[in-house]
Structure formats: structure tokens, C-alpha cells
Write a protein that binds this ligand. Sequence first.
Ligand code: ADP
Length: 265
Amino acid sequence: FRVQVTPLRDTGVDGGGMVALLRDFTGRKKLEEMRSEFVANVSHELRTPLTSIKGFTETLLDGALEDPQTTKHFLEIIYVESERLTRLIDELLNLSKIEDHKVAPDWQPVSMHELMERTVAIFKPRAAEKDLDIEVVLPEKLPAVHGDPDMLGQVLINLIDNAVSYTQNGGKIKVSAQSNGNKVKVEVQDNGIGIPEDSIPRVFERFYRVDKARSREQGGTGLGLSIVKHIIDVHHGSVQVKSKVGEGSTFTFELPVEGQNTSNA
Ligand code: ADP
């Protein structure tokens, strides 16, 4: 977020400087508000797993340790919560690096064909556990896109991870790509729980979750889709979602084909 400072002189209009100053002040105030809201959110998100870790550790120290079964159960919770904390911190760092443009993308021609096959393979075991069918549909020929393969891999991971998490056992996921003019369009479709209409515009916000308990259960951090949005923005692409509660969701992103005005290579 950058505050734009309009020149105070030479505006040729009486009071022009005043207007610029006010605008600058409003921008700064909004920026500060957003920052403090973000810090509050992060603190809350970090505190939740920590509270749980602390609580279970205290209970163990207070005597629950005597019972081996309770001990095992509590230690498992502590482990899962520590994992979530680690993921949260990793994702936060990742997001802030992308946002601050600290990581220059490693631009190269990326074959979505290869990337999709590779990413889907990662999810095969988890899908099998839930008896989910993951289908990959690709045309024989697909132009390479202009991008960073690791970042684009992360986009696919986050979208497929959500499709797996928010689809009931026995469901179906389809990952497909097609060429669309000078863009490549990729779709991750599921027939899972879907997203309520009023939540759709918010899912790309940091920490936004339709159902916090459900996201937590899945090990979610509420950052996956905001990372997706940022990576797609860095790639000058677009991302959108269509969804219906009880029917499923389709996330679609489009990326420019390699060689099409790709001046940031
Ligand atoms: P999380 O870590 O909670 O999954 P995300 O940023 O990836 O965070 O997603 C934000 C929220 O959007 C999720 O908590 C969930 O409510 C909703 N969501 C994302 N993908 C799907 C999907 N495929 N089906 C249903 N809901 C989804």
C-alpha cells in the first residue's frame, strides 16, 4: 500500500494544497487502521494454538500425566497445534515476502501440464483416504505460461488442498486447463460443501474463513487463498470463484502465455 502524495504547489487551484494534504492524511489513516487490524488478527491467530498448547500442557502437569491414554491424546493435540503454528508463521512470512516484492519471481516458461500432474500426485494419498476421485483434464497441447514454477505450484497446492479439505468423502475433484486466447485458464472444481453467497467476495481476504471450526479441523490458517491471490497478481493474471452451498466450488485462474508482452522476464 502506497500513499500517494499529490504536489502541493503549482496546482493552479486555490486550496489545492489543502485537498492534497487531506487526501494524504485519509490515506495514511486508512493504512494505519489496516495495519493495526492486521496485527490484531495475527496476534489472535497466533494466540489460539498457543492457548491450546499451554492449556493441555498445564493439565498434563497437574496430574493428567498419570494416565497414559490421556497423555497420548493430549500430546497429539499439542503436536497438531504446534504444526499449525509453524504453518501459520511460514505462510505469514511467505505472504509478506510476496507483498513486499522481496522475492523476485524466477520467470521462465512454465508447463502447466507438468505442474498440474506433479501437484495432483502429492494429494493422491490424502484423496484416497477420503475416497475422493481427482481427475486431471488437459488438452494435448497447452502453451507454456510466463511465471515462477514454485509460486504457481503453491497456487495449485493451495487450491487443491482446499478442494480436498472442503469436499465430503466420496466426492469428486476436477483439475483442468485450457488455452484461452493469449492466456491459459486453469480450473479446480469440487462438488464439496460450497461457499455461501455473501462469503464469496471475502474468501481471498487474509484470515477470512466461512467456518472457523471447520477450517481449524482441516488444519487451515485462513491464509491459503490470500497467498493465491497475491501470486496471481504478481503474475498479472486473474482469479475468481464460483460456488453454491451444497453443490461445490470452482476456482479459476488465468495466466498470460509465455512470450506475450512478458517484459518483466
Ligand atoms: P483455510 O486455511 O481456512 O482453508 P483459505 O484462505 O485457503 O483458508 O480459504 C478461506 C476459506 O474459504 C476457507 O476457510 C473456507 O471457508 C473457504 N473455502 C476455500 N476453498 C473452498 C472450497 N473449495 N470449498 C468450500 N469452501 C472453501
